[in-house]
Design a protein around this ligand. Sequence first.
Ligand code: F6P
Length: 360
Amino acid sequence: MRLGVLTSGGDAPGMNAAVHAVVRVAAGRGVPVIGVERGYQGLFDGRFRALTRPLPGGLAPARDIELAANLGGSLLGTARCQGFYDAEGRARAAASLREHLDALIVIGGNGSLTGAHALATEHGVTVVGIPASIDHDIGCTNTAIGVDSALNTIVDACDRISDTARSHRRAFVVEVMGRQSGYLCMAGAVAAGADAALFREQGRSEAQLVQDVAALIRRSFSGDRDKQRVLILKAEGVEIPSTKLVRLVTEALGDELGDVSIRATVLGHLVRGGNPSFLDRMVANRFAHAAVRAILDGKTDVMTAWQPPVAGGERTVDHGVSLFSIAKVLEETAALIDGSSPVTQGRVALMEAAAGVLAL
Ligand code: F6P
């Protein structure tokens, strides 16, 4: 058995921990592991490299993999691979894969899992997915590698911004990643003690956003309330750029603002970097363990899931990890993104209920 592993899509803190754990678990069972560099693109480019090294007593992880285990980013490199979107490209990738590997573990998000599912269904490749996406937009799992680290970074950034905001009596719009999912914005706002959260799933128009933010700022700084800072988290998926929102709100409030000013900060890719948190390292290690075991048990086209919220997953030796068919995961993911999932609806309803509390 030659086991391959790749990371694909946007990087997420904890990807290296997952690769390291895959290598450790496989090496412990005498299975050599080969890394594919730069995601699915590496299959096209023939970028394979040994991640295990033979020792007299058995196999050990390559040195750089051991050293990278605690680091953010992806040592193997990651990419969004255009060639994978057409059937001909996937056939080429599958042929290259077969030449070098017998099974593959894919660590990534929605697009990466879609690719894994296609490899399994179209070409009979043995493939197991591990969810990794800071956005928390993957179905059938309570978390994905990177979510917790990203939220810790957001909360830390909001604390820092609050320090300077309070000193100047300012309002800040802080934009966080999440093109298709507002989860980082919602969870970050609650944890940072923000005054409001603006996310795509609310479906507010530009005019409504300006009106709501202006009303919040007016209420917060005026009269008895006399707040020292207003913190508004905005998800990347809300189309109006943060600087434009700030400009329109400033214009709408005009003289009412007095000495209060409004600023925008876009956290952007800062949120994706940094060393993984405890939770992401633990989740990464346990996903990796379950994924290698699943491959050795002959499973394919499944994804590891963390304490899944829905019934129907297959239990693994780890009580916190179940296996779901990738087809089911992709269906749930689409529903999370288009808002038809009860999970998304529950999140939006909870945030609506919290809006009164956030806007105190
Ligand atoms: O990893 C997902 C994500 O963080 C999205 O929230 C964001 O829109 C996107 O990646 C940014 O990707 P890129 O690094 O290609 O700009």
